[in-house]
Structure formats: C-alpha cells, structure tokens
Ligand binder design. Structure first.
Ligand SMILES: [Fe+2]
Length: 127
C-alpha cells in the first residue's frame, strides 16, 4: 500500500523508496541502508544487526555531502540511532538488540544532508 505522506516528486519530502526494487538506480544504491541480520532470532536473545549506507555503491563522505544519521527499528519500534560527521566517520554501524516478539521487519532509515531520508528493510522472524 502506498504511503500517503510521501511526495514522489520531491526527494526532501517524506521517505524515499526504490522505484523498482529489482533494478536500483545509482542514487538509490548510494542511499538505501543495507541491513545484515539473522533471518530468525530467539525471543529475548541478544543479536547483532549491521546497517551500512553506501554498501551497494559508495556514498560521498565529505563535509558538504554525507550521511547525517542512521536509525534502526523493529517494525515501528525504535531500537537505536547513530550520528555521523561528514568526512571523519562512516555510516556503518553495528547494533546489539533483543526483541521479545515480532513487530514486523527490521527497518533502517538513513538521512543524507542533500538527498533526504531513505529506508532499507529486512524480514526477521522471532521464535
Ligand atoms: Fe547523498
């Protein structure tokens, strides 16, 4: 279902998503956060979730153009946030998390100072 609050014609309005998930353009490859996590986790066990922006195609990392922050969610439940400083730190974070029940897929949001907000997701099962 299409989100009603996203303006498709304005990259700085709302959440940017790939137009065609099977055929990403360079702008999408540079900005979509890639999540690396187990497909199945045990209820209340700690596990690692790695989130990287620029894994598919390097994103610039300089004072005028950089990834400002990355957030991680389980469904719509907030898990953590990491801030970056253009040119001196890279948008590549490892979160240690535990979840007691499924909230939906893992979701990472990454914010570019020039190109707005981007989302990456990964299905996860809690048993
Ligand atoms: Fe960018």
């Amino acid at each position: 279902m299409e989100k009603q609050w996203t303006c498709k014609e304005d990259i700085l309005c709302g959440l940017n998503e790939p137009k065609d998930k099977g055929n990403l353009i360079d702008l999408e490859k540079k900005h979509i956060p890639v999540i690396d996590a187990p497909e199945t986790v045990k209820k209340d066990d700690t596990f690692e979730v790695k989130v990287e922006v620029g894994k598919l195609l390097a994103h610039p990392n300089e004072p005028g153009h950089f990834i400002e922050w990355v957030e991680l969610y389980s469904g719509d439940t907030f898990l953590g946030r990491v801030h970056y400083n253009g040119g001196t730190s890279y948008p590549n974070a490892t979160f240690k998390v535990k979840i007691s029940h499924s909230h939906g897929p893992l979701k990472a949001w990454g914010k570019c100072n020039l190109h707005g907000l981007w989302e990456g997701t990964k299905e996860i099962s809690v048993r």
